[in-house]
Write a protein that binds this ligand. Structure first.
Ligand SMILES: [Zn+2]
Length: 313
């Protein structure tokens, strides 16, 4: 084993971690890592299968005396996020990750380490190889292409599994066991709009800002405002009360970030300016009280904008 990992326990886990670090395994390019797992299964005389996507399942019988235990899956993903620091020379298709020890920390030299999910895969392989851990019937699942949208997992044929319990080894926090998951979905919505000349004599920019945002996975339960939803609600209120026509909409920046900002350009006669401003102010007050202490910085502004020539019909 690499000397960097000398004396680390459990030795078997770190042996596999070092071996995986030496194998290039960007998302979609997991073949060598998959071969490593399959070779180990073969060496141990364990049943292994590969599905069409390239995910691997290995089965290990129970330890003697544990045959009656409930069968469980240990699952991890083979690929890793491949990022390097500016100035680091590293080809993620061919070069091994260079491991370095920094006190109690194990790090990579100028690149991502691949602990996500190398640590989980190495732990599973250590259990697979173990002869001294009391366990029931185990199934090991190694998926591909997790970091690109879990395509390996979503293509996985569940009928390959017989277990009752499923342990995902791709955690985020030490000492924390996650017992449920809401899942995620990417949605692309398209709507054909017709454009027509704006009838109003003025344009206005409505802008939502000051929200906290956050990760749409781990922060979604924190009661924070979503600028895109707030914009939708505001336009629904405004179009119901005033002859507002929408010319432009924008909001959010990433599919996995809660939108912090959003804005719209609308056309509306300047005679309605006061009504517009007071409707927006009332809505801002409502939203502030709904968000309460969960998201305190919400601001909705109305400012004059160049009169749009065309609006949505
Ligand atoms: Zn992961």
């Amino acid at each position: 084993m690499s000397t960097v990992l000398n004396n680390l326990e459990p030795a078997s886990l770190w042996k596999h971690f070092a071996a995986l670090a030496a194998i290039p395994r960007a998302s979609g390019k997991e073949a060598a890592a998959r071969d490593y797992v399959l070779a180990l299964a073969r060496r141990l005389g364990l049943e292994a299968t590969q599905d069409r996507a390239g995910n691997v399942v290995v089965r290990k019988p129970a330890r003697p005396g544990r045959e009656g235990a409930i069968p469980a899956v240990l699952q991890g993903h083979l690929d890793m996020v491949c990022e390097k620091n500016e100035g680091t020379v590293h080809d993620f298709d061919t070069d091994p990750i260079r491991l370095v020890r920094d006190g109690d920390w194990l790090k990579a030299d100028g690149t991502t380490l691949g602990a996500d999910n190398g640590a989980g895969v190495a732990a599973a392989l250590a259990v697979m190889e173990s002869e001294d851990i009391a366990h029931g019937p185990l199934e090991f699942v190694f998926t591909i292409d997790e970091e690109n949208g879990l395509t390996g997992a979503s293509d996985f044929p569940l009928r390959l599994l017989r277990s009752k319990y499923f342990l995902n080894l791709d955690g985020e926090e030490e000492g924390t066991l996650c017992i449920g998951c809401a899942g995620a979905i990417n949605t692309t919505a398209r709507r054909k709009v017709t454009l027509q000349p704006a009838a109003a004599d003025a344009g206005w920019r409505l802008r939502i800002s000051g929200l906290q945002g956050g990760h749409s996975g781990i922060d979604i339960n924190k009661g924070r405002g979503n600028a895109v939803r707030i914009l939708g609600r505001m336009l629904q209120v405004l179009t119901g009360r005033l002859p507002v026509a929408v010319a432009e909409l924008t909001g959010g920046s990433k599919r996995n970030a809660i939108p912090r900002e959003a804005s719209a350009i609308v056309a509306l006669d300047s005679a309605h300016e006061q009504e517009l401003r007071s409707l927006v102010a009332a809505l801002e007050a409502d939203l502030k009280s709904e968000l309460g202490a969960f998201d305190t910085g919400l601001r909705i502004t109305v400012s004059a904008a160049p009169r749009p020539e065309q609006v949505f019909g």
